[in-house]
Write a protein that binds this ligand. Structure first.
Ligand SMILES: [Zn+2]
Length: 141
């Protein structure tokens, strides 16, 4: 898939959902979502990895504010996977792992802040495909 096609997907999805886009000028693969302003700052989707980042930030706008924040990240990652499926764009194992590790990282932060009870579906999501790569979380989950 060409970058142009990926940009079209993102632009149409944002237009349909009343989301403003600001394209990042740098090549950094990360984004920001301003939920109240319905605005996202995202990288140009020059790769499927960057496209997932775009879907991730759109998902944050669609989901709204959710607590705890690791659960919010989990839902955004899950929804970005659903978007990829909807548009029939395959996710490589490497990218999937990176995204799941991000959820694991968010969870790890929450545990360090004193979280005791982990929402079971998040636990399952992290362990399902990559049981060995939960960033040392095996001690907890
Ligand atoms: Zn996020």
């Amino acid at each position: 898939m060409k970058t142009k096609e990926r940009i079209k997907i993102i632009e149409e999805l944002c237009e349909r959902n009343n989301i403003k886009i600001e394209w990042r000028k740098s090549e950094v693969n990360s984004g920001i979502a301003y939920i109240k302003d319905r605005k996202i700052i995202i990288p140009k989707p020059k790769s499927s990895s960057k496209l997932i980042t775009c879907f991730h930030e759109i998902s944050h706008i669609l989901l709204g504010n959710i607590k705890p924040s690791y659960f919010e990240e989990y839902l955004a990652v899950k929804k970005s996977f659903e978007f990829m499926k909807e548009y029939k764009i395959p996710i490589s194992r490497k990218i999937k792992k990176k995204e799941i590790e991000y959820v694991a990282y968010s969870l790890q932060q929450a545990i360090h802040r004193g979280l005791k009870i982990i929402i079971p579906e998040v636990k399952h999501f992290i362990k399902k495909d990559f049981p060995d790569t939960a960033l040392g979380l095996h001690r907890y989950i």
